[in-house]
Write a protein that binds this ligand. Structure first.
Ligand code: PAF
Length: 283
């Protein structure tokens, strides 16, 4: 049976009320569509942890700080629904824009701390847009569990913090990044890379892993970061926005892998902004 594609909150509520009456555990996978294996791995995790799974598809204008990026964002709903078929999800919620931002909508969810670093300064108001739409999707779906990829690790922490701060009764679950055989983290943006761009991008994961291994062996970050940046530029990256070692829980900057940490890199290749991060075991 194909999952119903719903565009109205009232239709979604009819389903979720019924599931809640039966005490079924509801999982949600929030997406902006253009589904790839990374999203599908979240759907798989939701299917194995929940009785009912809702996939949401909404290209959220409030989280784009670049209008061109929003205009170019791939919109592939029919293909997305096809890709979801084998997973037998219970609903695909593709809300009409005014179900999310009705006339006169004037509430914004803002977080401090976690949003002050990395993506925050480079993408002003991005996390406000994410936190606002995700809060709405959590409340609209009434889900008990939500699944997010660790590829957007900062987003995962922001969303978890937001749910805790606002007492939204939902468990936010982080799932491992899915990678191409080359190590490149799966992302809708990869579609914009040429063959040459893909070859350049493929170097990033190897450079990150090398750096992470040396950090776990006790080396200082500063020197390793300099070398890694040189390696990235040699590989063909044109700009490195940040290359940071941070605490995996608080995102506080670290000079050594003195506790569970993540290495975060955002760099441009072939005109595409590529973000990635990996876990670093403490030294
Ligand atoms: O990661 C994404 O695709 C988006 O930021 C999200 C969480 C669906 C919110 O629009």
């Amino acid at each position: 049976m194909t999952a119903p594609i719903l565009s109205k909150l009232s239709e979604l509520r009819t389903l979720t009320r019924d599931w809640q009456r039966k005490e079924e555990v509801i999982g949600v996978v929030p997406t902006m569509g253009a589904l790839h294996q990374g999203h599908l791995s979240l759907v798989e995790a939701a299917k194995s942890g929940c009785d009912r799974v809702i996939v949401t598809i909404f290209v959220n204008p409030k989280q784009f700080n670049n209008p061109e990026d929003l205009a170019n964002y791939p919109r592939t709903e029919l293909e997305d629904a096809q890709k979801l078929l084998p997973y037998k999800v219970d609903a695909i919620y593709v809300p009409d824009p005014d179900e999310i931002y009705p006339q006169g909508f004037s509430t914004t969810v803002t977080l401090g701390g976690l949003t002050d670093v990395m993506e925050g300064p480079f993408r002003p108001r991005h996390f406000e847009g994410v936190a606002t739409v995700v809060a709405k999707l959590f409340l609209q779906t009434q889900a008990d569990r939500a699944y997010f990829g660790e590829k957007d690790y900062q987003q995962l922490l922001v969303v978890r913090r937001m749910a805790r701060d606002l007492d939204i009764p939902i468990e936010v679950i982080g799932c491992p990044t899915v990678r191409e055989p080359s190590g490149l983290a799966m992302s809708s943006r990869n579609l914009r890379l040429s063959q040459e761009g893909l070859a350049i991008a493929a170097h990033k994961h190897a450079i990150m892993k090398r750096t992470a291994a040396k950090l776990s062996a006790g080396h200082d970050f500063a020197e390793l970061a300099e070398q890694a940046k040189i390696d990235l530029i040699r590989a063909g990256f044109t700009e490195i926005e940040y290359f940071d070692l941070r605490c995996a829980e608080t995102l506080e900057a670290l000079t050594k892998a003195s506790r569970p940490a993540r290495l975060f890199v955002t760099a441009w290749a072939d005109g595409v902004r590529l973000i990635d991060n990996i876990a670093v075991d403490p030294a």
